[in-house]
Design a binder for this molecule. Sequence first.
Ligand code: GTQ
Length: 347
Amino acid sequence: MSDLARLEDLPLEYRQALAQQNLVPLWPSLRGVLPPDKPRPQTTPTLWSYKSIKPLLLKAGELTPIEKAERRVLVLANPGHGLDKMQASPAIYLGMQLLLPGEWAPAHKHTPNAVRMIVEGEGAYTNVNGEKCPMSRGDLILTPTGQWHEHGHDGDEPVVWLDVLDLPLVYYMEASYHINGKRQPTDAVRGDKIYQYAGVVPTRDFERSTRTYPVIRYPWVEVKEALLSLGEAEPGLSTVMVTYVNPETGGDAENILGFYALMLRPGQKLSMPVRSPSCVYHVIEGFCSVGVLGEEFKLEEADTCCAPGYTSVTLANLSATQPTFLFMADESPLHRKLGVYEVRQGP
Ligand code: GTQ
């Protein structure tokens, strides 16, 4: 492939004339915006260890009262994008949020979709459109686009959770904003109770629910049980993984990011297929290594890392006797909707 002309190859006067008319020549930048064979991601493999985050988060609890923070969050920022961009990948934002006993994070709604993966502590809850969702370790709670949500804490220990939002994408689209609201009456029936059993859905007068988000809370005890039972039913299955879905449609739980739980069997090594979306890995229980682009991260409980798309990722359970359970978030629903989703045979 021949080299294309550079910007400096053009006379200064001509370049200035272009700029004055808000015009840009394509050819000096053509290879940058359309690189050969595969993208050149800015997303770099990055590990955030909970042991390092927790003292800094607790310190934030001393330094900044909740009234002055609204959401007391340390953002897990990918240095490849620049820390000020507050993004883990092109579409994924990650934050560790701290709520202290008795604190209240007031009601608001916003255009980005969010989920919470509870990391530590008992007694906190999130109200989502009137549904009071208790927060226990490993639970996944959705606050999809436009849904009122507020967080409270009746327990006596700090509670920490991982926020996963599609904020970078929605912000890039100039579609990100929030609205503050009043404290909600919590009278809505809990979706995790009315959709308690897989394979059957509530039917009123022979009609199925048309609620866009019928399930808001996915309890970890049930998801873990599903993984253990899947692993037991199919002893030869290497990818023991479940997708968090909307039980009415079978589709992804939210529109832009996909959410999954994966069980690594004791001592198991697993090569993930090379796919176009970026992916985030977070340990719910156990410990494992994550190999990506020459890096070998060791993850303990509550640690989080990310990997860019179009790369191979290898997972290894570092326990020979216990399963390791991971929560994963990726950009698959977005890539599929855009028609750019790919699975490749090699890197
Ligand atoms: O808890 O509502 O990490 O609005 C970022 C934005 C958490 C939240 C974040 C938010 C929230």
